[in-house]
Design a protein around this ligand. Structure first.
Ligand SMILES: CC(C)(COP(=O)(O)OP(=O)(O)OC[C@H]1O[C@@H](n2cnc3c(N)ncnc32)[C@H](O)[C@@H]1OP(=O)(O)O)[C@@H](O)C(=O)NCCC(=O)NCCS
Length: 189
């Protein structure tokens, strides 16, 4: 029988709030894309803090294709993770997750988005630059597995109407102008 993934189409993408029941699919991707994967217990503890965290899942049909998370500190939103299953990469799923995350941050009153990224992770740098992130600092030896530096990136002024325009432009430029369907927290998935 054909695997579910092969029958799924990225046009069926939905961005939904991450739930405990999604963690099996999240951890499967986590273990593939990260050399220091988060444990299920760590994700569970994050999901127990909805007032200061927001985690999203990208689903294609019944498959988990990616996920991303935010931590809110004062008026800053920190991207804690963003990952797409390698089988689904380069299909703008990371882009659609980040659009949803940026809108969540704006909705919660954040004025800036920030993250750390490995210096060598050019694909991620390119993605973040499209969202207005710029390198603002460096953390020496931040990643203990390779002693690699982290670049600290910031997108400032996300509460400005021009940032909403940027997000709309990113969404409109997606192939076939497909906008990710986003369910609101509280809806089931
Ligand atoms: C970074 C990551 C989330 C991107 O997800 P994705 O769904 O493949 O990204 P998208 O298809 O939305 O790509 C958006 C843009 O990012 C850049 N990009 C993404 N992957 C790229 C790659 N492999 N090579 C070069 N550029 C890349 C491109 O500019 C791309 O736009 P384009 O396809 O129109 O050229 C994904 O590669 C991933 O999960 N990597 C492993 C985990 C990781 O590094 N996460 C980031 C931690 S800070």
């Amino acid at each position: 029988m054909m695997p579910t993934e092969a029958r799924s189409d990225v046009r069926d993408l939905r961005i939904v709030p991450m739930r405990r029941r999604h963690l099996r699919g999240v951890i499967r991707i986590e273990n593939v894309v990260y050399s220091q994967p988060w444990s299920p217990a760590l994700y569970l503890s994050e999901l127990r803090l909805p007032s200061s965290r927001a985690y999203f899942l990208a689903r294609v049909g019944r498959s988990t294709a990616g996920y991303g998370g935010l931590m809110f500190v004062l008026d800053e939103a920190h991207v804690t993770t963003l990952a797409v299953d390698p089988r689904w990469q380069r299909k703008h799923i990371g882009t659609q997750l980040l659009v949803a995350m940026a809108r969540e941050a704006i909705g919660r009153g954040s004025t800036g988005l920030t993250l750390e990224v490995r210096e060598s992770n050019r694909p991620a740098h390119d993605l973040y630059r499209k969202f207005g992130f710029e390198v603002a600092g460096r953390r020496k030896g931040y990643y203990p597995d390779t002693n690699e530096d982290a670049l600290v990136m910031w997108a400032y002024g996300i509460d400005d109407p021009s940032y909403a325009t940027l997000l709309n432009g990113i969404e409109e430029s997606l192939p076939r102008s497909r906008k990710g369907v986003r369910e609101l927290p509280g809806e089931t998935s």
